[in-house]
Design a protein. Structure first.
Length: 493
């Protein structure tokens, strides 16, 4: 920006960013809200216009909101996805200027100095184009344009519009003091003094304001008026984890391709190490001399940047590639990365952990990582809920899982055996087999979790017994005292 060019800032505020993001994909008729748990209370986080018209407000307890508005539809808020969506909007806003930064959790700030001429010198034309595109995308937006970042923010939040160059002071005077981005405590103190507008604040002696409220209020006022500079820090471009190699002569042997992949992997892992990241998904692209390309995708059970561990996993995929008349270009890209701090590598729990992860990866290349699962303990004494099944590649073992009493290796839905009495039956039939009880160990009484709805436990208490039969079957039986009956629910090895 040249010395004589005026600075112009655009502030974009998305008042319903979270709910608009959700409703773009799944439209809802009627009141809708996203909820967020704060402490022990679930509160409204973001509402659509229909919910606001019903008198609901952000911060209201969700239980009160449902009582006040029975047809309210709600979903839990996902703050991380909202942040990613805002970053995507920042990249989109790069079409208007190269300097785009985040402004809180629901806004963007753009330094459009020197780019307005692309719209015929008309800021209104540029703003109209922004609004049209965002509205078409299903996003509510409020836009302010001024010489300073503070003034543009104030207009976007309290008096949407465009302030003429050099008119920040006159534009801000009628706005409330909250438009200066000051703390709520300072705004309340000013209102108690009768200072409600920015014009009222500007009329006060600066020394008095500083003594009563500290330097923060005057700093925000000076930033809005342009007496103190405030930068627009653009988002840094995310690092690109991709390397390529062009070959002077085509290659076709798997060994040659693996040698090239190793060289690319060394460069890629060095780049990952610089940023303390690890590759989770890798894609090796092989371009043939006839311009046809083939890809070998590798999905890892854990983020890695170790060349020696990653390279062997490519052998199976490379061996299935049709080289045709030869391959003249190799490209390797980490399409999905995750943080991998150096200290995690230095303090691995042992070599057997890495071997298990490599085994999961190797099996995953054949049958899919999602199909390799592990059992995880769950916080429940109910047998059916005492464990979870999770993909091994996206979960970690939670230490040794030792139950207070042995559990069967095979658990199934309760199967009645037609017996009665308080103790395990001497003779019974199960799955068309006549069985005789040789030894019974128990009982272990388990009460239902009354706070959860479960039709299978509506009968109440269960007394569990471990029964060894003369025929060699080792079964897990339970008896319901309040409604006499015996059931088989599991079998031991």
């Amino acid at each position: 920006m040249s010395a004589g060019m005026p600075r112009r800032i655009v502030s974009l505020w998305f008042p319903r960013l979270a709910s608009d993001r959700v409703l773009r994909a799944q439209p809802v008729d009627g009141p809708f809200a996203l909820t967020l748990r704060q402490g022990n209370t679930e509160r409204l986080y973001c509402l659509n216009p229909a919910g606001l018209r019903q008198g609901l407000t952000p911060g209201m307890p969700a239980s009160d909101a449902r009582a006040f508005c029975p047809d309210l539809q709600s979903r839990p808020a996902e703050l991380s996805r909202d942040t990613r969506f805002l970053h995507a909007l920042a990249r989109w806003a790069g079409r208007y200027c190269p300097w785009v930064g985040l402004d809180g959790r629901d806004g963007l700030v753009l330094d459009v100095s020197g780019t307005v001429h692309l719209w015929g010198g008309q800021e209104s034309a540029m703003i109209a184009d922004m609004r049209q595109r965002l509205t078409r995308a299903g996003l509510a937006v409020r836009i302010g344009v001024a010489d300073t970042r503070g003034a543009a923010w104030a207009l976007a939040h309290y008096a949407e519009g465009i302030a003429p160059p050099g008119a920040a002071s006159e534009t801000l005077k009628p706005l409330p003091v909250e438009a200066l981005r000051i703390e709520a405590k300072a705004a309340l103190a000013l209102q108690r003094l009768g200072v409600r507008s920015i014009g009222d604040l500007m009329a006060l002696p600066r020394g008095t304001v500083s003594r009563r409220l500290g330097p923060g209020v005057l700093m925000r006022l000076d930033q809005a008026l342009g007496a103190r500079g405030e930068q627009v820090s653009p988002l840094a471009e995310p690092p690109h984890y991709g390397v390529r190699m062009t070959l002077p002569d085509p290659i076709g042997l798997s060994a040659d391709v693996m040698a090239g992949a190793k060289r690319l992997l060394e460069r890629l892992c060095a780049r990952l190490k610089e940023n303390e990241m690890g590759a989770r998904v890798l894609c090796l692209t092989l371009r043939r001399v006839d311009q046809e390309s083939q890809q070998v995708e590798l999905r890892l059970a854990r983020p890695l940047r170790d060349v020696a561990r990653i390279l062997p996993f490519f052998e199976r995929g490379v061996g299935q590639v049709d080289a045709g008349y030869g391959i003249d270009l190799l490209r390797l890209e980490a399409t999905q990365v995750e943080p991998l701090p150096t200290e995690q590598i230095a303090h691995m729990r042992g070599p057997e952990d890495g071997a298990l992860e490599d085994l999961i990866t190797r099996l995953g290349t054949r049958i899919g990582l999602e199909n390799i699962q592990r059992f995880l303990p769950a916080d429940s004494h109910i047998p059916e809920r005492s464990f979870l099944i999770a993909p091994a590649a996206w979960s970690r073992a939670q230490g040794p899982w030792v139950a207070l009493r042995p559990r069967p290796v095979q658990l199934f839905a309760p199967e009645p055996i037609g017996a009665t009495g308080a103790r395990p039956p001497r003779h019974f039939r199960w799955r068309r087999m006549a069985l005789t009880t040789q030894r019974a160990t128990g009982p272990e009484r388990i009460a239902p979790e009354w706070w959860l709805e479960d039709d299978g436990w509506r009968r109440g208490l269960r007394d569990y017994w471990k029964v060894d039969t003369a025929q060699g079957r080792r079964l897990w039986l339970f008896h319901t005292p309040q409604d006499p009956g015996w059931f088989v629910q599991g079998e031991f090895a």
